[in-house]
Write a protein of this length. Structure first.
Length: 220
């Protein structure tokens, strides 16, 4: 191209638009094609977004590990009384009209689902019954309640939001004195002792909610 030309770029977060113009600002042709186009690409993600996805994957992975461990603990005793219970539980999310069910589906082989939900409308009714009723429960009912606790951890004992939480009194000096006393017993020949610090200053720093956790860690 012997004549003068200019290149225009419009750079966005997920695309770059380009054009080739002459000295008058008119589009010109380059190698038989109009000098105009766009290049699309995936928008960049912040570290916070990637960290959120990574945290979610780890949380789900830990949940699966807890549920596998629970299954291993209950597998033998439950299979002894109902060998197909875990298979039915795996299919519990399907419709009773699904092709997998040659006969009406019941999670518990000795009770219909309708009777079960009349007695326990929600899983929390079952958990409450296990804590308050003094009788022998079906082992599968115990498993279902613990399965829910392990899968959806948390409690509703404390009201309010996390930002309203106020830390209690920290007695670091007492704790470190106890640790040093135990170390003196464990290591008689070569005593190991933790250093004595300004405990009041440390407590003030650790309970200072106006600073972020990282800032407090660096200060400590």
């Amino acid at each position: 191209m012997g004549k003068k030309y200019g290149i225009g770029l419009d750079i966005g977060t997920s695309s770059i638009v380009w054009s080739v113009v002459d000295e008058s600002g008119h589009l010109i042709r380059v190698k038989g094609q109009t000098g105009l186009g766009v290049r699309l690409f995936h928008e960049g993600q912040t570290a916070e977004e990637r960290r959120t996805f990574r945290t979610t994957r780890r949380r789900l992975s830990r949940r699966r590990w807890r549920l596998r461990l629970l299954r291993e603990l209950f597998d033998a005793p439950i299979s002894a009384i109902d060998k197909n219970f875990f298979a039915r539980q795996k299919l519990s999310s399907l419709s009773p009209q699904d092709k997998y069910f040659a006969s009406p589906y019941h999670l518990l082989d000795n009770r219909s689902d309708q009777d079960f939900y009349q007695q326990y409308p929600t899983i929390y009714h079952l958990r409450q019954a296990l804590m308050t009723n003094k009788r022998q429960f079906d082992l599968r009912e115990i498993y279902l309640a613990i399965h829910h606790i392990v899968k959806y951890r948390g409690n509703f004992l404390s009201s309010g939001t996390a930002k309203d939480f106020k830390p209690g009194e920290l007695k670091l000096e007492t704790y470190f004195e106890t640790l040093n006393a135990q170390l003196a017993i464990l290591f008689i020949d070569e005593p190991i002792q933790l250093p004595s610090l300004n405990w009041d200053e440390l407590v003030t720093l650790l309970t200072d909610t106006s600073q972020s956790r990282n800032d407090r860690q660096k200060a400590v």
